[in-house]
Design a protein around this ligand. Structure first.
Ligand code: BG6
Length: 498
């Protein structure tokens, strides 16, 4: 395993092939991200972008689609004609079907059609259903385009349980070495998520307190106002546990709980995250009943607007899928013994907010027993989105003579006001890491499988339990059972950061 902190240089040439090139992810996220990096002059000068799909499109037709997507998804102040034209000039489109290998020689011909084709970075981005991953990789191998400079990017879901995740990993692993496989979890590309590592490990004041001696508990919330919208077909087979907890929330938990690696290297961070996943308290059937809550939204009001129920969004009843999960777990190691980690995520909630709250224990001795006012435990709120930043809640003395009056106050760091610059989208960072060949922020096979291993007993119990997800009206903070999960421990969810 490479444990060195190798600086990753931008290669001089790159062929970036997107399977699913006309799909929602490509048009909404990937091409705008490539455009914005190109605008900053970061894409290798000699970059070609090849959209692959089953659509009958030539290069010009594809360019027209991408132009429309850039106009829709890139902020107007970032759109300039020369930069748009430069990106469009890089584009090609190939009409290919994963199940029609005879046509694939055209991709081979295109990738070979440059003098430096052996050394140009070759990215294959699979923005398609995972059921196609194996067939696409086999075709790539068959046409002889998987060289040392090749890397493949996999979008989630990587399987729907341990066995299927292994099957996907095996299928891709037959063609690509693990070091060439980049499994995206876009949460790891968010600025505030990366800043969590910097806050923890580039400062001295937090780390001595970052353990069970001083931390009472940790809350991780990813709340969305949106419902499932057009994605009902996918979502109803996934549910919130597979869609959000198995990947995004567990990755956040890992970054909060992991030990400091010796340096930020391509494997060191992933090694430490894996140890956290392996230390999670295993879920027994009784544990699932006691420590997890699943919910499903009914019709309600979000921001004053009436929205339909999940069943209406889906267009049929009879589904048992959850759109909300809350759970309690522990990291069973020396640092975190006995500290609860509460996780929750849901769609159609009362606010859009992704945040981590570390709640510290009260001072060991009450020195101001007769003071007026209120005290609350110290809390560090890490705002991942929106309004990225951090707020540390403290207790201060209210100014004035005559006794001591305590008052909660906060120290704030707002990214927007401190740095006064646009926070890049997670995909901008992650796509550049792929081009540079830096896998640090991507999930390794063992991490994905460890996460599924922890999640699977919950899936199994839920599948066999006669219980159904508890109802919560859209526009609320989830079912009341989620509040009870903490109340029975004498705690409550931090619903706002005031
Ligand atoms: C995706 C999930 O991975 O993350 C979606 O599939 C979810 O269901 C999305 O809406 C949330 O991402 P973000 O960046 O908007 O918080």
């Amino acid at each position: 395993m490479d444990q060195t902190a190798t600086p990753h240089a931008i290669p001089s040439a790159c062929d970036f092939t997107v399977f699913g090139g006309t799909g929602d992810l490509a048009l909404r996220k990937l091409l705008p991200a490539l455009y914005l990096r190109d605008l900053e002059g970061q894409l290798p000068a000699d970059t070609r972008i090849v959209g692959v799909s089953r659509a009958e499109l030539d290069d010009d037709g594809y360019r027209a689609e991408v132009r429309a997507a850039l106009t829709t998804y890139v902020a107007p102040e970032d759109l300039t004609d020369p930069a748009v034209d430069r990106l469009l000039a890089r584009l090609h489109h190939l009409t290919l079907d994963a199940h029609e290998p005879d046509e694939w020689h055209r991709l081979h011909a295109l990738l070979k059609d440059r003098p430096d084709h052996e050394t140009a970075a070759r990215v294959f981005y699979l923005a398609v259903a995972p059921s196609l991953f194996g067939a696409i990789c086999d075709n790539l191998e068959a046409i002889g385009v998987v060289n040392d400079a090749a890397r493949v990017v996999l979008e989630k879901p990587i399987g729907h349980d341990v066995a299927s995740a292994r099957a996907v990993n095996d299928a891709v692993g037959r063609v690509f070495a693990e070091s060439q496989i980049f499994r995206i979890d876009h949460y790891l590309g968010k600025e505030s998520v990366q800043n969590l590592l910097v806050t923890r490990f580039a400062n001295t004041f937090l780390e001595p307190m970052w353990n069970s001696h001083w931390v009472d508990h940790v809350q991780i919330t990813v709340a969305e106002e949106l419902g499932v919208g057009e994605r009902g077909g996918y979502y109803d087979h996934a549910g919130a546990l597979r869609d959000m907890v198995q990947n995004h929330l567990l990755q956040l938990l890992c970054l909060v709980a992991m030990e400091p690696p010796s340096h930020i290297g391509r494997e060191t961070v992933r090694d430490e995250k894996l140890k956290v996943l392996q230390a999670l308290k295993p879920m027994t059937p009784e544990g699932v009943d006691h420590d997890t809550v699943r919910g499903r939204y009914t019709a309600g009001l979000v921001d004053g607007v009436a929205v339909p129920s999940y069943t209406d969004d889906l267009g049929h009843s009879g589904s048992k899928t959850e759109t909300f999960v809350a759970l309690r777990t522990e990291v069973q190691n020396w640092r975190w013994a006995g500290v609860p980690f509460y996780l929750r995520t849901g769609k159609r909630m009362d606010r859009r907010a992704s945040e981590i709250v570390v709640v510290f224990k009260p001072p060991p001795h009450a020195m101001f027993p007769h003071s007026e006012g209120t005290t609350e435990p110290n809390r560090l709120h890490i705002h991942i989105q929106p309004d990225e930043g951090m707020r540390l809640h403290l207790t201060a003395k209210e100014p004035g003579p005559g006794g001591i009056r305590l008052r909660p106050v906060s120290l704030d760091l707002s990214y927007a006001t401190t740095f006064e610059q646009r926070s890049p989208d997670a995909y901008e960072r992650l796509l550049m890491d792929v081009i540079k060949g830096n896998p640090t922020l991507f999930m390794r096979r063992d991490e994905v499988e460890a996460a599924w291993t922890w999640v699977e007993p919950i899936l199994t119990r839920w599948a066999t339990s006669p219980d159904r997800p508890k109802r919560y009206p859209a526009g609320t903070s989830g079912p009341t059972a989620a509040a009870t999960l903490l109340e029975r421990d004498g705690r409550s969810w931090q619903e706002s950061d005031q």
